[in-house]
Design a protein around this ligand. Structure first.
Ligand code: FE2
Length: 313
C-alpha cells in the first residue's frame, strides 16, 4: 500500500497483519500496533524521543546475560508483570489470588527435601525462621502430593545464584505436600534487596526519583498435575518498603504475618535466641501444570556484586 498520510501507515500495517493465518496472532498484533501507533499520536512522540526509546530496547537485550535478565526487571518496574499475573490468576482476575511474580532467580533443579528440613547449606547469618505452609484448592480441600519449590535471598539481600559467597542451592529446596496439603521447613528470615540499576531500569527509576528496593519475601512455586502452576511470593509484614516495591509485587493477600518469638523455646533445640514463625495458605486453581522457563540459567562468578541503593526522593 502506498502511504498518503500518517493515518495510512496504521492501516497498511494492520492490513499486513490480517494476512496471518493464526487468529490469536492477528488479534494480539493488531491491538499492539493500534495501541503503539495511537500512543505515538497521543504524546506526539518526537524523533529524539523515538531514538531514545529504541536505545532502551537495545540496552534491554545488551544488558541481559545468562545470569541477569534486564527485560524481566523492566517489565516488573513498569508494573506489567504484576498486571499479567493478576489478569491470569484468581479466576482470570475476578477474585483475590495468592499468585505473584516469578522474578529472575528461580532454578528448576533445587534439591528435594523432607518436611522440616533446613534450606541453609552454607554459613548464612540471620534470625532462624520456621515456616508452615498449606496448599488448598478453590474449595478449601488440601492438595496432596504437590511439589513446592522455595527460594529466597540471604540476610545480606543476595540469592545464591547472584552471590559467589553462598553454597550452590543455598536457601532453596523442593518439598512435597502431605495428606493435609502441608509443608514445613526452616531457614533464616530473608532481607529486602536492591534490584540492579546499572542499566536502562536504573535510568527509568532515577528519572522518577524511585528507590530500587524490593521488600523481603519468600518465593514459592507449586506444581501438581491438574492445577495451574502457582508462582507466589510472601512478603514480610515488617518491611519498610512494602508500599514502594520497585517491582509492584506486593498485594494485600501476600503480606505474611512473620511472628517474632523472643522468649519462647524454638521448634529446634539448636536455636537459642529469637526466632520467627510464619504460617501461610496458598489457594491454587485448576489448570495446566506447566513449568515456566527459568529467566536466567547461570550463576554470577567472581566477586559478590555491590548493588547501588537509590533513595526515594
Ligand atoms: Fe525475590
Amino acid at each position: 500500500m502506498i502511504i498518503n498520510n500518517q493515518e495510512d501507515v496504521t492501516k497498511a500495517v494492520l492490513a499486513e497483519i490480517a494476512r496471518a493465518p493464526d487468529p490469536r496472532f492477528r488479534e494480539v498484533m493488531s491491538a499492539f500496533v493500534r495501541h503503539l501507533h495511537d500512543f505515538a499520536r497521543e504524546v506526539r512522540l518526537t524523533e529524539d524521543e523515538f531514538q531514545k526509546a529504541v536505545g532502551y530496547v537495545v540496552a534491554l537485550g545488551q544488558r541481559t546475560t545468562d545470569s541477569h535478565n534486564e527485560a524481566v526487571l523492566m517489565s516488573g518496574s513498569l508494573g506489567f508483570s504484576t498486571l499479567i499475573c493478576l489478569l491470569n490468576n484468581g479466576n482470570n482476575g475476578q477474585t483475590e489470588t495468592t499468585a505473584n511474580l516469578l522474578g529472575p532467580f528461580w532454578r528448576p533443579e533445587s534439591p528435594r527435601m523432607p518436611n522440616g528440613a533446613s534450606l541453609v547449606r552454607s554459613p548464612t547469618p540471620g534470625t532462624p525462621m520456621f515456616v508452615d505452609a498449606w496448599v488448598k484448592d478453590r474449595n478449601g480441600r488440601p492438595v496432596v502430593g504437590a511439589d513446592v519449590d522455595i527460594w529466597h535471598s540471604s540476610t545480606e539481600g543476595y540469592y545464591e545464584n547472584q552471590d559467589p559467597m553462598q553454597a550452590d542451592m543455598n536457601l532453596r529446596g523442593k518439598f512435597t505436600t502431605d495428606a493435609e496439603g502441608h509443608i514445613g521447613f526452616r531457614s533464616i528470615k530473608p532481607a529486602g534487596y536492591p534490584i540492579p540499576v546499572d542499566g536502562p531500569v536504573g535510568d527509568l527509576l532515577r528519572a522518577q526519583r524511585r528507590a530500587n528496593m524490593r521488600p523481603a519475601h519468600l518465593h514459592f512455586l507449586i506444581h501438581k498435575p491438574g492445577f495451574k502452576t502457582h508462582v507466589s511470593q510472601v512478603y514480610t509484614d515488617d518491611d519498610p518498603n512494602l508500599e514502594t516495591d520497585s517491582q509492584f509485587g506486593v498485594t494485600r493477600r501476600l503480606i505474611g504475618h512473620y511472628v517474632l518469638h523472643e522468649n519462647e523455646p524454638a521448634p529446634a533445640p539448636d536455636v537459642k535466641g529469637p526466632w520467627y514463625s510464619l504460617e501461610y495458605t496458598f489457594e491454587i486453581e485448576p489448570g495446566v501444570a506447566k513449568l515456566p522457563r527459568p529467566p536466567i540459567t547461570d550463576k554470577a562468578r567472581g566477586e559478590r556484586p555491590t548493588i547501588e541503593r537509590l533513595k526515594r526522593a
